[in-house]
Design a protein. Structure first.
Length: 314
């Protein structure tokens, strides 16, 4: 199979706007995509963890992906989360993603039942054999309960050519660093993205490819600004943006899960989307909204001044 996808930079894991009945709000997603693309994102991820995929049935996942790909219309690459605890169902969702034209599919390791590395490697190989498209590993041990270690990542990268990269959502940057050291020398085309927002800069410094950061939903100008500053070696702007991202990370401590706080931050920074989230999560309460406002005020001078973010923010 010829792999022709090459991604780098900032790829926001988009929230999924829904109404009070849990139905997808296409108009709100259109407004969110407009903001993201205007800010200069390098792609978008649909149906990732921030997109509440785990609360959706298969039909809803397919419908949302089809609508988003059509709305984006090729303006930026679209990535799709297709992971499930079932190998068979993951392959089916990946095949659907390919049929609608996504650039690559993200495969989170099966959750609920821990697997030995032998079983996990077999899972990835069966998916790689079952769908002819670019695939990303998605490592998020905080959600799945199981880490995909650097040695296993290397094995998948070297034996499954259509696994073209990884989103590594881990607390310790040393984990991602080891993947870079173990995999890049033997497979330079293997793309390594960080999942945690404040790992964007160290990822780039270490020779990685970028980040898939949740805060880019509501502050894409900051994350994209950091990436552009890195490319032009504008160190003052780069460091300033990194400090802003570090301050914005407080959003993840407002509520669990983080869907409500991120949707509220999107609303507060100028994109009108519903506050609603999919059950069993619940809408953010008034106290939570106040905390979100305080975080934005502390991290974003334009927000503190009562202004919407602009593309020249960083």
């Amino acid at each position: 199979m010829m792999i022709n996808v090459r991604l780098s930079g900032v790829i926001p894991p988009l929230v999924t706007p829904v109404d009070a009945q849990g139905k997808f709000d296409a108009a709100a997603m259109r407004a969110l995509l407009k903001r993201q693309i205007a800010a200069g994102v390098n792609g978008v991820l649909v149906l990732g963890s921030t997109g509440e995929f785990s609360q959706m049935d298969v039909a809803m996942r397919k419908d949302i992906l089809e609508q988003v790909v059509a709305e984006v219309g090729g303006r930026v690459p679209v990535l799709a989360g297709v992971g499930t605890p079932s190998t068979r169902e993951t392959i089916a969702l990946a095949r659907h993603a390919k049929s609608v034209g996504v650039a690559a599919a993200l495969v989170v390791n099966p959750y609920y039942t821990p697997l030995s590395e032998t079983h996990l490697l077999a899972h990835y190989r069966e998916i790689a054999d079952g769908v002819d498209m670019p695939l990303f590993l998605y490592n998020y041990p905080g959600m799945t309960g199981q880490d995909v270690g650097p040695a296993l990542v290397r094995e998948v990268a070297l034996t499954c050519p259509n696994f073209v990269g990884i989103k590594d959502s881990v607390e310790a940057m040393s984990h991602t660093q080891q993947i870079l050291l173990d995999v890049k020398p033997e497979r330079p085309d293997f793309m390594v993205f960080s999942g945690f927002d404040d790992h964007l800069l160290p990822n780039l410094i270490l020779g990685g490819d970028g980040a898939i950061p949740g805060t880019a939903n509501f502050a894409p100008e900051v994350t994209c600004g950091l990436y552009q500053a890195f490319l032009r070696r504008d160190y003052p702007s780069m460091f300033a943006a990194h400090r802003q991202i570090a301050a914005l990370m407080a959003i993840y401590r407002v509520d669990t899960p983080v869907y409500g706080p991120i949707k509220e931050a999107i609303r507060m920074t100028g994109v009108s989307i519903p506050r609603d989230v999919l059950a069993p999560a619940r809408e953010l309460d008034t106290k939570g909204r106040e905390r979100v406002a305080a975080i934005l005020k502390a991290a974003l001078p334009d927000f503190a001044a009562g202004l919407a973010l602009s593309a020249s923010h960083v």
